[in-house]
Design a protein around this ligand. Structure first.
Ligand code: ADP
Length: 400
């Protein structure tokens, strides 16, 4: 069985075709600048062939047509016909309270994704464009599945998701904590349990997904009970360009002092804050680590802030779960930054967390146990794979 996984942005399309027999990637790539000048598609086959084409794509539909062409014809072909693809799994950012699981897409589901779009105005409309375009290009009998970033966190109890503002705003606008990166937290926690050889139902796990966007989750016996991202992916820890959680009165203070509109404040908090905002150097954690090693004080400060915040969340979630058995680092920073893992896990023996400094260096960028032999808590680097989980969900749903 072959499953195509799609992550559609407003002007981009990421894709992966996965062979479910051995879960290998047959082809993957990215189409960028859809609807604008300078459009291009990059396509890589599992055996290492790379194809790149500059082309103007007027719409997602045109981008899908190009993808089908690449998948099925000439040297790039990995299937002889699109009918070999059993299902398409679509990543959808916001499922709100309507979706606690992945679902097969029908008209009702599509309407519901559109209905909750005000809660993710940049993301859901893009996913809807992707789904509709895909439906136009692919044969009608290929099922489409929606996998939501928020679904895994729908198990959070009310006390974790209701904010301390008038309850009527929850009722009127559905303002609450949703949490994001759910597919990653679900994959990482399940994978960690598998690596530990224990049923997830017996484990209290903290998963740290640290990348350009970062979030941390408390996964108590397989269920997310709290997570750092909130109503939107702006909450939680400091990120590449996002502020993370701040005192909300800073918003009104800045609006007043700087005469800023809500769009301007939104732009500052989402695009000009975080690593770039504090350091003034870069949105990329590698640049910050390098600059801090060269003695730049604000790069150092930025690194200190992120590590301190991750540490605090781990402590908070251990308290929320009444303990912690295992800790996972995933995402571009979690998997690749040994400095980050070392600093976060420093002086955490009181919780049972202790990593082996040599293993932390040796297994950098590799899925591996990095715990010290006498650590009570198992700390692992886990290579997250959201696409694979989307493909597995699609397979499971169409196999029912
Ligand atoms: P996204 O959230 O966009 O999926 P990624 O998970 O790819 O992002 O993470 C991107 C982040 O990972 C960047 O901040 C990048 O600097 C960081 N990163 C990648 N490699 C390293 C490394 N060797 N050391 C530190 N950070 C790294």
């Amino acid at each position: 069985m072959k499953i195509l996984v799609i992550n559609a942005g407003s002007s981009s399309l990421k894709y992966q075709l996965i062979n479910m027999e051995d879960e290998s990637v047959l082809a993957k790539g990215l189409c960028e600048r859809i609807g604008v000048e300078g459009g291009n598609i990059v396509y890589k086959t599992g055996d290492g062939k790379v194809f790149k084409k500059e082309k103007f794509f007027n719409s997602h539909t045109e981008a899908f047509s190009e993808l089908v062409e690449l998948l099925t014809t000439g040297e790039s072909a990995v299937v002889s016909d699109v009918s070999e693809i059993s299902a398409v799994g679509h990543r959808v950012v916001q499922g709100a309270e309507k979706f606690s699981k992945s679902v097969i897409i029908d008209k009702e589901v599509l309407d519901a994704i559109i209905e909750v779009s005000p809660l993710a105005p940049l993301h859901n409309p893009a996913a809807v464009s992707g789904i509709k375009a895909c439906m136009e290009v692919f044969p009608k009998d290929i099922p489409m599945v929606a996998v939501f970033d928020t679904a895994f966190h729908q198990t959070m109890p009310e006390k974790a998701y209701i904010f301390g503002i008038p309850y009527e705003y929850y009722e009127k606008y559905h303002i609450r904590r949703y949490g994001f990166h759910g597919t990653s937290h679900r994959y990482v926690s399940a994978r960690l349990a598998e690596n530990l050889g224990k049923p997830i139902e017996e484990l209290k796990i903290v998963t740290c997904h640290l990348g350009n966007g970062s979030s941390i989750a408390a996964v108590d016996r397989g269920r997310s009970i709290d997570t750092s991202m909130g109503f939107t992916p702006l909450d939680g820890i400091i990120m590449g360009t996002r502020s993370g959680g701040i005192d909300p009165s800073i918003v009104t203070f800045l609006q007043e002092k700087e005469g800023l509109s809500y769009e301007e404040v939104n732009n500052i908090l989402n695009k000009k804050s975080g690593f770039i905002g504090v350091s003034g150097i870069s949105t990329d954690s590698r640049d910050l680590v390098n600059a801090s090693l060269e003695g730049d004080p604000r790069a150092q400060l930025t690194c200190d802030i992120v590590r301190y915040q991750v540490k605090k969340y781990i402590g908070a979630y251990a308290a929320a779960m009444g303990g912690i058995d295992a800790l996972a680092f995933a995402g571009g920073i979690g998997e690749n930054s040994l400095h980050m893992r070392a600093e976060v896990c420093k002086d955490m023996e009181f919780l049972g967390i202790k990593i082996d400094p040599e293993l932390n260096v040796k297994y950098d960028r590799t899925e591996h146990d990095i715990s010290a032999p006498d650590a009570r808590v198992k700390t692992w680097i886990i290579a997250t794979n959201e696409e694979l989980l989307i493909a597995r969900d699609a397979r499971d749903l169409i196999s029912k």
